[in-house]
Design a protein around this ligand. Structure first.
Ligand code: GLA
Length: 379
């Protein structure tokens, strides 16, 4: 194990790690917070490996914290319309919260985000069997997916603060073929845009579907659920699923269904018509893999708005259906059903078994490269 020294990368004044970002911060700290940069601090150990927490700060003092454990976004603190700052994503203050295996809070998901039916697929004549961890299906990379490993970090401060995390998934890991060299770069711009860029290469054909599993609540308080949030998804179609959330293979129109978010609408207004709540892949209205605006989310309590841009063809809208109050935030609030939602940019679930879906197979010599941006503003 490489022992790395505590490191501080700074542009301008020293950054003071902001945990409260409240109004009683001293003027000095306020000034310091307004400087762009990254700090790195030791954050415990797992599996004999040192874990770190990085804090990316932009010019206006907004901060994103990311751990190299699971490539996990643990908080994203931005001001609301009254100037009060709070985190718009679910997360914990310390590593044990994550080691207790919460449902992927903020994590980088791989090697295959979403489900693969019965944990089986074929490439050519070879059948592969994956670790199954969701009933009979494989979900989010298996028992120890990319969300449960320690990544190798390299922080950079240039015109924006950014953090690259690297992880090589070994041939056969969780049943997947090929050594997969993966890197994920998180950048925080001065106008509160978080860009996540995913890159990978393999030495054997393998399915790949990387995403981030942040749970958003734009009010910054889990006591307000997300049913009042207003959502737009630029998708005329979605992929219906069976009772185990595996797509049936159909591409169905959203017209006249509770899946029609083509115009901004309140999430709670039709959720009761969807058995179990929203946990579906939307087929984005895109002609190519250019970076496009695919969804917006807003909330009137905070006045915050989020825009989602991606190069991906799909978006999983998950309305936090399985949250049930058993997990608590670091300040003791129960995280109840619909306390937060996920907008996971992706290829479609179970693509390796659905030849009509866009392919998720990466071959040797090819470069996997996708980009997703979440942009926060006030309205
Ligand atoms: C994904 C899945 C959901 C659920 C959550 C984690 O978003 O689609 O069904 O498994 O992860 O609880």
């Amino acid at each position: 194990m490489k022992k790395k020294n505590f490191m501080l990368i700074i542009v301008g004044l020293v950054i003071v790690t902001c945990t409260s970002c409240g109004s009683n911060e001293s003027a000095k700290n306020k000034e310091a917070e307004t400087k762009r940069g990254i700090t790195k601090s030791a954050w415990g150990t797992t599996d004999g490996k040192q874990v770190h927490l990085f804090t990316l700060t932009n010019k206006s003092g907004a901060q994103i914290k990311i751990s190299d454990y699971g490539g996990t976004i643990t908080s994203w603190v931005v001001p609301d319309k009254k100037g009060n700052s709070s985190s718009i994503v679910l997360g914990f203050d310390s590593l044990p919260g994550y080691l207790a295996k919460p449902p992927y809070f903020g994590a980088t998901i791989g090697r295959y985000g979403n489900r693969i039916a019965k944990g089986k697929f074929k490439i050519g004549n070879d059948t592969y069997t994956l670790a199954t961890n969701n009933g009979k299906n494989a979900l989010h990379g298996g028992l120890q997916g990319f969300d449960k490993v320690v990544w190798d970090p390299s922080p950079v401060v240039d015109s924006v603060a950014s953090l690259t995390l690297n992880y090589t998934s070994k041939d056969g890991e969780e049943g997947y073929p090929g050594n997969l060299k993966t890197s994920v770069t998180f950048s925080l711009s001065d106008d509160n845009e978080l860009t996540i860029e995913y890159n990978a290469e393999t030495d054997k054909p393998t399915p790949i579907n990387l995403t981030n599993h942040s749970y958003f609540n734009l009010t910054g308080d889990v006591n307000n659920n997300i049913l009042d949030h207003i959502l737009m998804i630029n998708a005329d179609h979605y992929t219906p699923v069976d009772s185990t959330l595996i797509p049936t293979g159909e591409i169905k129109s959203v017209k006249g269904t509770p899946f029609d978010f083509t115009k901004p609408g309140e999430i709670g207004s039709r959720i009761n018509e969807v058995k179990g709540g929203y946990d579906h892949n939307f087929v984005l209205n895109k002609k190519d893999n250019s970076l496009q605006l695919v969804a917006t989310l807003s909330d009137s309590i905070s006045g915050r708005k989020m825009e989602v841009y991606t190069t991906e063809p799909g978006l999983q809208f998950y309305s936090g259906n399985f949250l049930n109050g058993s997990i608590k935030t670091s300040n003791g609030k129960a995280i109840s059903q619909h306390a937060a939602l996920c907008l996971e940019t992706q290829h479609f679930p179970d693509s390796p078994n659905e030849p009509s879906f866009p392919s998720t197979i990466l071959k040797p010599g090819e470069k996997y490269h996708t980009i997703t941006k979440y942009k926060i503003s006030l309205q």
